[in-house]
Every structure is written in C-alpha cells, then in structure tokens.
Ligand binder design. Structure first.
Ligand code: UD1
Length: 313
C-alpha cells in the first residue's frame, strides 16, 4: 500500500481519485486551496482513518515543501489546476501561475522528499487542432490556448525530473471528463454540467457554434481509476497516455441524449462559436490500455443517466 499526496483533492477529479485510493487501501493526504474545490466534495473521505487534509496553495513553494517533508509521499497526484480553456484566455497570467508555475514546485517536493512517482493532470488540449483523429500520444502538439500550452510545458518540466532524477512521471491527457461533483455554476464549467443544470431548470442549453464539434467524453469514475493505477502500479514506466474512450460525440448528439433524461426540456439554441475551441477531439486509448492496463468501463449513455440520478452538481 502507498502513501499518496493528492493536490486539488477537493475538486471534481481529485475527490473521486481520493475516494478510490482510500477504497484500494492507500493512505492519502489531500491538498486544496478551495479556489474552485469544495469541502463538501471531501465529505465521504473526511472521516476515513487513512485520510488527512491540508488547505494550501500548491504555488506556495515553502508551504508545499513543508507538507511533502512531513507526509513523505511515495506518489504525488497533481490535479490542482485552472481547468477551463476559456478562463485561460480571459486570464493567461492566472493560468500560467496555477498550471505551470506550480509544476516544478511539485517536482522539486517529490525529488527532495523521496516520492518515486508523479501523476500529472495533463489534457487533450496539448494537441490543439489535430489533423488526425483518433489522436495518438505521438501526434504533433500544437496547443491553441494558454491552457494547452501550460499543460504541455508542464509535461516537459516533469520529463526533465524523470530523466535527471529517476522519478516515474505519468502525464494523463484527460479528454472531456464528466460526472457527479462537476460544478455547473461558472461559465467556465464543463459543458455537460452546464447543460444538465439548464435542462433541469427548463431552460434551453446554448450550443456555441453549429454543434458539429465533437468531444471524447469520459466518466470521472474511469478517470479516477486511471489515476489510481498510474499512482500505485509499481511496474508502470514514465510516459504520457490519453485518458479517453476512443468514441466521439458531437455537441448536437450530446444534447439529444441529455434531453431524453429531461422529458419536456426545451430545444437547444445556438450562439457564436467560442474562441480557442478545438473542432474535433477524439483520443486513441491504446497507450493507456498497453502501458497502464486501463480501459474505460462507463458508456456515455450510462454515465449521463447516473449523473442525472445523482443530481449532477
Ligand atoms: C475540456 C475541459 C478541460 C480539458 C479538455 C480536454 C472543462 C471545463 N474543460 O475542455 O479541462 O483539459 O476538455 O480536451 O472541463 N460548449 C457549449 N455550450 C456551453 C459550454 C460549452 O456549446 O454552454 C461547448 C464548447 O464550445 C466546446 C464543448 O462544449 O466545444 C466543450 O466545452 P468545455 O466543456 O468547456 O470543454 P473543453 O473546452 O473541450
């Protein structure tokens, strides 16, 4: 069993990852600054005997170093981040502080305090608008937002630590993650949480552009399981892996599936296309299957039905 430090533990992916780590028998120290994370997300983990929590900002290097020295993790799962492409365009400096500046702080804490492994929340956004889908990890990286650029730069920072200091670094290139606890309240929230909230309120969801853009939507339960494997399987080597399903759905298809969950809900309306939006995003899940032994289990239809039952917020 491992000691795992999870940054962004009160967030959407972080709280699910924390719960699955605890359920698998590991000891977890969670960290969050509550910029977007919520204490209630940690309610199921909070009283677990193998869970501790500290409120801090990962970009605060001395505080993070002190915590890593005290907890002495074997692995760090670094999920704390600004998660929105449009927010990174609205505030590039904040994006670079949270999504890039924090990365060498985590890498240095791992090196200095004996962690052997870092799992990093990277993104399909590192590829940008790709010529070929499904996209494999070897595809040309051409980020088209500060968000994608910071994720790619962070991967490279971590590769340097892997090469020089023998750490195992797994960059998890998440595609579009959805599920319970994804906060729908901000314009920067994930599209599925926003659409669920609108449809439940009897309001028309707004599709940016013609709705022909496609995404590879993956359940947070699958993503958390991929994180647990990457953080704890001892035979895993360094490298990037798409965390995706290999199946694409257009925004128009997504709305059609969701409207079946909300009988009587209004039809969508279309607004202007969003700046920095990728047209097609579809991952090749082969490397995750081969290198991590990870394959997703939750279909989009089942995941959306569960999300609606759970109340999506
Ligand atoms: C998402 C993730 C990002 C992740 C990336 C991987 C979020 C908030 N963003 O970015 O962290 O790294 O996938 O590929 O989870 N849309 C609408 N109407 C709305 C909101 C969005 O039509 O009200 C459209 C957008 O224009 C876009 C699609 O839905 O085409 C998905 O948008 P969004 O959920 O913000 O995710 P990505 O930008 O793909």
């Amino acid at each position: 069993m491992s000691r795992v430090l999870v940054t962004g533990a009160a967030g959407f992916i972080g709280s699910h990852t924390t719960e699955q780590l605890l359920a698998a028998g590991h000891t977890v120290c969670g960290v969050d600054n509550f910029r977007t994370g919520r204490a209630e997300n940690l309610a199921p983990a909070a009283c677990h005997p193998r869970f501790t929590f500290q409120e801090l900002d990962v970009a605060d290097a001395p505080a993070f170093d002190t915590l890593a020295a005290r907890f002495a993790p074997e692995a760090i799962v670094h999920l704390a981040a600004l998660v929105s492409v449009p927010e990174s365009i609205a505030d590039p400096a904040l994006n670079y502080r949270l999504n890039l500046h924090a990365t060498p702080i985590v890498a240095e804490a791992a090196r200095k305090h004996g962690a052997r492994r870092i799992v990093f929340a990277s993104s399909a956004a590192v590829y940008g608008d790709v010529a070929e889908t499904p996209t494999a990890e070897t595809a040309v990286k051409n980020p088209i937002s500060p968000y994608g650029a910071a994720k790619l730069a962070s991967e490279i920072v971590l590769l340097g630590h892997a090469g020089a200091f023998g750490l195992t670094v797994r960059s998890q290139r998440y595609f579009n993650v959805y599920g319970p606890r994804q906060d729908p309240r901000s314009p920067y929230s994930g599209v599925i949480s926003i659409f669920c909230q609108k449809l439940a309120a009897g309001e028309a969801p707004v599709i940016f552009g013609d709705g022909g853009q496609t995404r590879d939507f993956i359940s947070v339960h699958d993503v958390a399981r991929a994180n647990v494997i990457a953080a704890t399987r001892r035979d895993v080597q360094s490298g990037p892996a798409n965390i995706c399903t290999g199946k694409a759905a257009s925004l128009n298809e997504l709305v059609a599936i969701l409207r079946r969950q909300f009988p009587g809900a209004p039809a969508p309306v279309h607004g202007p296309a969003r700046d920095g939006d990728i047209r097609h995003s579809l991952g090749d899940p082969g490397a995750a299957a081969n290198e991590l032994g990870f394959s997703p289990r939750v279909s989009l239809a089942d995941g959306l039905a569960e999300l609606v039952r759970a109340g999506w917020g």
